[in-house]
Design a protein around this ligand. Structure first.
Ligand SMILES: [Zn+2]
Length: 159
């Protein structure tokens, strides 16, 4: 594979972003979502809300923040990610109950999850869209639809 892994690409992009220290684009996004633009939210917003679509765990984002020379606790990263998700800026996706990814695309879409590599990508097109969406029970409305297709590598059998 000649392609640079998504994580590394995102990392380089974030580093360039952080060097600019420009929060002027992030501030109105936070305010529109009803979040006070605190220092932490602005910083993480630069990583997450710059328009690039990525799937990242709190641990990986925390690592990225540290690599960029900033200090922030994992708990703060995790809390801020949850606040972003609650505000509808990003999407929280749980994998097998314990792993959680945050998706910078907050709209309904589906994912392939690579079990061996612990990473996910979008499923292209609308192949698995539930259409029409099922009727929610009375008194309820569908808040989001998550479809996650888990993958594992096919064993390469030598002939
Ligand atoms: Zn996605």
């Amino acid at each position: 594979m000649l392609e640079m892994p998504e994580n590394l690409r995102a990392q380089l992009r974030s580093q360039r972003l952080m060097q600019k220290q420009d929060t002027s684009r992030i501030r109105p996004i936070l305010q529109k979502a009803g979040l006070r633009p605190t220092k932490q939210r602005l910083m993480l917003g630069q990583f997450l809300l710059s328009g690039h679509h990525q799937h990242i765990s709190a641990d990986d984002l925390h690592l990225l923040v540290l690599q960029c020379g900033f200090s922030m606790s994992l708990a703060t990263v995790y809390n801020t990610l949850n606040q972003f998700a609650e505000a509808g800026l990003i999407r929280k996706i749980s994998v097998s109950g314990q792993r959680t990814f945050f998706d910078t695309n907050a709209r309904n879409h589906q994912h392939f999850y690579f079990e061996d590599e612990d990473r996910m990508i979008d499923i292209g097109g609308a192949a698995l869209m539930l259409s029409p969406a099922p009727q929610a029970p009375e008194g309820y409305t569908i808040s989001k639809i998550d479809i996650l297709v888990s993958l594992k590598k096919v064993e390469n059998k030598q002939l």
